[in-house]
Design a binder for this molecule. Structure first.
Ligand code: FMN
Length: 326
């Protein structure tokens, strides 16, 4: 399938694996890229720029297809060494960067000078237009359904994507709630040039996370996510567990007085314990509503082949059949 996104990134299928903390390691990124999508290493999961350089080198050993690195500019307790990470990306020969969180403008010149294509993740049309105006090559439009940080506007993709299509000139992918061939065809119909998936890629053989994380995804329904940290204007969609319930109880009790320090036990440094040790109650972890559509743990190749098979059949059989004159 050829779209503006496959052309821009030199990939076979318009499917991107979004950056995911403690999930987006070289093994997963390479598997996605080898299957014809765009795999992405999560920059900040690597503790130092040197670690990121090693992860990029590892990915280069595992695939000769294009892959990207995610750089997330979110409020963190201590500010990461962004210039160091950028240097590792540029020197590692990475051609694509997914930025997310705050405005990436201060770092864009370094990326552009190195010939790197930038896709910025946005949760609103106004942020997407801003990304376009500062020179990003594409955007990933993250709807209210998404796992992770959906922003504060709460606009689902059924509205957000066609609104983005109305306003944007640069290519964009649909992100949030995407799982299968139906998602891809719907995303294309709504004006996107492809799709970005997070949660779906965690439940794959190659995702280097504890089996209990994959089982939790397969076992959950679309009713099982919660929005936390809304009072801090840092809303995150997570899978419900005892930590999420405790956090929400603190939000109810403390109201407007809630501070980040009050919920530090539930959110800070919990990802390694969940993703690597499989301690599923250690804290809150991002997960999308799409969890209700995930029923198996295929290989990445099987997943991507299935999505493309379904999408092609939907377009040429079901949709073409509906318009055929009898
Ligand atoms: C466990 C997990 C961790 C994530 N970590 C990050 C991250 O570090 N940086 C980022 O930009 N997005 C992160 N995301 C968001 C994904 O890249 C993607 O935008 C989102 O999952 C799309 O929604 P979906 O889960 O419905 O597919 C994360 C998502 C999940 C599920």
């Amino acid at each position: 399938m050829k779209t503006r996104i496959t052309e821009l990134f030199g990939i076979e299928h318009p499917i991107i694996q979004g950056g995911m903390h403690y999930v987006g390691f070289a093994e997963l990124a390479a598997a996605v890229s080898n299957a014809g999508g765009l795999g992405i290493i999560t920059g900040l999961t690597q503790k130092t720029p040197e670690d990121l350089a090693n992860e990029i080198a590892k990915c280069n050993d595992l695939t000769d297809k294009p892959f990207g690195v995610n750089l997330t500019f979110l409020p963190t307790v201590t500010s990461p060494d962004y210039p160091g990470y950028l240097k590792a990306i540029i020197e590692g020969g990475v051609r694509i960067v997914e930025t997310a969180g705050r405005n990436p403008e201060p770092y864009l010149p370094y990326l552009k000078d190195a010939g790197i294509k930038v896709i910025h993740k946005c949760t609103s049309v106004r942020h997407s237009l801003k990304a376009e105006s500062i020179g990003c090559d594409a955007v990933s439009v993250d709807g209210f359904e998404c796992g992770g940080h959906p922003g504060e506007d709460d606009i689902p993709n059924m509205i957000l994507l066609p609104r983005a299509a109305e306003e944007l000139s640069i290519p964009f992918v649909a992100s949030g709630g995407m799982a299968d061939g139906r998602s891809l065809v719907a995303a294309l119909a709504l004006g996107a040039d492809g799709m970005n998936m997070g949660t779906r890629f965690i439940a794959t053989q190659e995702a280097p996370v504890h089996p209990r994380v994959k089982e939790a995804i397969v076992g959950a329904s679309e009713l099982d996510t919660r929005l936390v940290m809304r009072p801090l204007r840092n809303t995150e969609r997570v899978l419900n567990n005892s930590a999420a319930e405790r956090l929400l109880e603190k939000e109810r009790t403390l109201g407007a007085d809630l501070k980040f320090e009050d919920i530090i036990d539930e959110v800070a440094g919990v990802y390694p314990r969940i993703m690597m040790d499989g301690d599923m109650e250690a804290g809150v972890w991002s997960c999308g509503m799409v969890v209700g559509l995930i029923h198996d743990i295929p290989t990445v190749q099987e997943l991507i082949d299935r999505i493309m098979g379904e999408a092609n059949a939907l377009i040429s059989d079901r949709l073409a059949g509906l318009t055929a004159v009898s």
